[in-house]
Design a protein around this ligand. Structure first.
Ligand SMILES: [Zn+2]
Length: 305
């Protein structure tokens, strides 16, 4: 095998449900109806007087990261990452430039990674310097400090990430990482993400008429209709609650299932260039040339051709 780059398939789980209250972390039903609105139930001065405010999908930094993982074709295993290892994971991606594959990663997973990394870096800078919007290199810090800088971050702590420390190879790309700290790192990662292969996006492009058909384009449904293994009905909405309840193994298994389903669907698309829809129609899916070249080299290497 002479492949110099890896092909990785990434998925992550968020730490908070979009249905949670931004201030107290409880669902709507746990709030007390008063004339001024739905009052937060928590006996906590930091949320005193606050009313139910749905977190929603937009604030990706607030949704947070519980666990993420990616399948590496070259090492044939899943590699996990969390808040403490998010920075070094993104650094490794920017340094090694693997081909990235996801299911809705452009709009969600990769965006969550960048938002959480920037938010935790900014929180770390505020904690260390008292100055917000610090865009210069932060410098090495060996500490992982649980901190909570404001009520708006909700009831969950934001640990200080492992800060940038000139990892091997970064110097080969002057200006990408070291001169701009986390913001430069996230800019470089964003560029990489825009070039990634997003399976959901590719299905939408191949079959635009079905984009808004409910249930048709879930990862499980696509695996099912293409005769690929799929797990039990979608439990994605309950994952943040499982994480908060300490049921970490269930969250890891759910994330691993999604990673393997995404990998299998990617392999199916690379091998056939098609997707079968639930009505039996087979539609052509555009395969990125760089990824297709990688795939052909991978397959020929595996079969000793
Ligand atoms: Zn509340």
């Amino acid at each position: 095998m002479t492949l110099s780059k890896d092909l990785i398939v990434l998925d992550l789980e968020i730490a908070r449900s979009p249905k949670e209250c931004r201030f107290c972390g409880n669902l709507r039903a746990a709030h007390h109806m008063l004339s001024g609105g739905l009052l937060c139930p928590r006996d906590d001065t930091s949320v005193e007087g606050s009313t139910y405010t749905e977190l929603g999908w937009h604030d990706k930094a607030a949704l947070g990261l519980s666990i993420g993982g990616y399948y590496s074709f070259l090492s044939d295993r899943i590699i996990w990452f969390c808040l403490a290892t998010l920075a070094e994971t993104v650094q490794r991606f920017v340094r090694d430039q693997p081909l990235l594959v996801s299911f809705n990663g452009k709009a969600f997973d990769f965006a969550v990674m960048r938002a959480v990394l920037l938010a935790s870096a900014d929180a770390a800078v505020i904690a260390q310097t008292g100055i917000a919007d610090h865009a210069e290199p932060i410098g090495p810090s060996p500490m992982l400090i649980p901190i909570r800088t404001s009520v708006s971050e909700g009831p969950y702590i934001v640990p200080t990430p492992v800060l940038l420390r000139n990892p091997d190879g970064v110097e080969e790309k002057p200006g990408v990482v070291n001169t701009h700290g986390y913001h430069g790192l996230c800019d470089a990662f964003k560029t990489q993400c825009t070039q990634s292969f997003d399976l959901l996006e590719s299905v939408w492009l191949a079959d635009p008429g079905s984009k808004h058909t409910g249930g048709l384009n879930t990862l499980r449904m696509l695996c099912q209709t293409n005769s690929l293994p799929y797990d039990s009905p979608d439990a994605g909405a309950t994952v943040p609650a499982l994480w908060q309840d300490g049921e970490f193994s269930r969250v890891l298994n759910h994330c691993a299932d999604d990673i393997y389903m995404t990998r299998n669907l990617c392999q199916h698309i690379m091998a056939t260039g098609t997707i079968t829809r639930s009505n039996g129609a087979i539609v052509q899916v555009e395969r990125p040339p760089g990824l297709l070249a990688w795939w052909l080299e991978w397959v020929s290497g595996r079969h000793g051709l």
